[in-house]
Write a protein that binds this ligand. Structure first.
Ligand SMILES: Cc1cc2nc3c(=O)[nH]c(=O)nc-3n(C[C@H](O)[C@H](O)[C@H](O)COP(=O)(O)OP(=O)(O)OC[C@H]3O[C@@H](n4cnc5c(N)ncnc54)[C@H](O)[C@@H]3O)c2cc1C
Length: 340
């Protein structure tokens, strides 16, 4: 097996978190990883460090300190204004080789996934991708990453014994962002950046920002499955009444009834709403992992044996095309009565 560029003997007892930002705004998942990183660092008596790249983004270090970081390594350069893999990969590589952290966590977002894969190859270490949980094994001073495989039938617990850093990407919404402590301070370490225009092969010609929705943060989720038969208008009406958003299982997404960004589950979003109403959904493992963190799950299914009912707190057996319109009418009526 090829040795990593630094090993266990040289590692620094620290957990590093890559702080993904876009236009000076930190991605929520960075806060989630800092919070989880703090918990693991406390358990081990280690340092927690944020790694921040960008142009004029130093103010985000304060956010990292408030979220538990002891230190932030900052790479500031005009060519880091906007993510390009050509600029970000060498700078992060250089920083990691400078700090030699034992653990390095990145978000499983499109940009950070790209970054993590390239870094793992350069560092000649492993990468536990798309983890659903992490914890430390204090005896071996090892991180244990949980990764589901074989279509969700197997949960693998992976330790990286010999290679460093122990790298993992974690999907948004898996951990809580925790409470910020505004009085917490930390150390800002500026790192030199040696980048020139000719190193950047990628040119961002145009940025198109779609309206988008962040399902990881919605308080009420109305999810529709194949049983809804594409009638997401009905679900949208209910979602608007309850101040929520609609989501879906994979089949309606594949069939083009709803945008892919609204897919819930293993290959979609992991959500933690207070209430999830699951309509015409069988309850396959691949879907359920996306709502496991919901406060209350209500299932509506015409099949009393639907596996979803094993997870749901409230089970409604019946036709979703009758139940949802009736529910909408009942909510409207109740509101009209209370306003009268
Ligand atoms: C590697 C891999 C990754 C995957 N990732 C995901 C993922 O991220 N998210 C995801 O959702 N799936 C994912 N899948 C697919 C997943 O395995 C299931 O096939 C999918 O979740 C099923 O969706 P469904 O419940 O909408 O459809 P079905 O399983 O077809 O269930 C439809 C349900 O609707 C009910 N129903 C039908 N008519 C009505 C009605 N009129 N009223 C009430 N109920 C009705 C039926 O009784 C049934 O229970 C993945 C699969 C693989 C192999």
């Amino acid at each position: 097996m090829v040795a990593s560029l630094y090993g266990v003997q040289e590692e620094c007892k620290a957990i590093w978190v890559y702080m993904e930002q876009d236009g000076g705004v930190l991605e929520n998942v960075s806060l989630e990883l800092l919070h989880k990183g703090r918990e693991m660092a406390d358990q081990m008596g280690w340092q927690l460090t944020g790694l921040l790249l960008g142009s004029e983004v130093a103010q985000l270090a304060e956010v990292a300190f408030a979220s538990g970081a002891d230190a932030v390594w900052l790479a500031n350069h005009p060519l880091l204004d906007g993510f390009t893999i050509d600029a970000y990969a060498p700078v992060v590589f250089q920083a990691v080789m400078g700090g030699k952290p034992s653990v390095f966590l990145l978000p499983a977002t499109p940009n950070s996934r790209d970054l993590a894969g390239r870094l793992a190859v350069r560092l000649r270490t492993g990468l536990n991708a798309d983890c659903t949980n992490l914890h430390m094994n204090p005896e071996g001073e090892l991180m244990v990453s949980e990764v589901s495989g074989f279509g969700g039938g197997v949960l693998a617990l992976i330790e990286m014994r010999n290679h460093r850093p122990q790298m993992a990407t974690i999907r948004p919404g898996v951990f809580s962002p925790g409470e910020a402590k505004s009085d917490k301070k930390g150390k800002l370490i500026r790192i030199p950046v040696d980048l020139t225009e000719d190193m950047i092969q990628t040119r961002i010609v145009k940025r198109v920002i779609e309206k988008g929705v962040d399902l990881t943060r919605v308080p009420v989720l109305i999810a529709g499955g194949r049983g809804v038969e594409g009638d997401f208008k009905m679900l949208q009406e209910l979602a608007e009444l309850l101040g929520g958003e609609i989501g879906a299982t994979r089949p309606p997404v594949d069939e083009g009834y709803i945008e892919r960004e609204r897919q819930i589950g293993q290959t979609g979003m992991v959500c933690s709403p207070k209430v999830a109403i699951c309509c015409g959904i069988s309850g396959a493992f691949h879907f359920v992992v996306g709502i496991e963190k919901a406060g209350t799950v209500i299932g509506i299914n015409s099949d009393p044996e639907a596996p979803l009912f094993d997870y749901a707190d409230y089970c409604i057996v019946g036709d979703v095309h009758q139940i949802i319109p009736a529910l909408i009418a009942a909510i409207r009526e109740a509101r009209e009565v209370s306003y009268a």
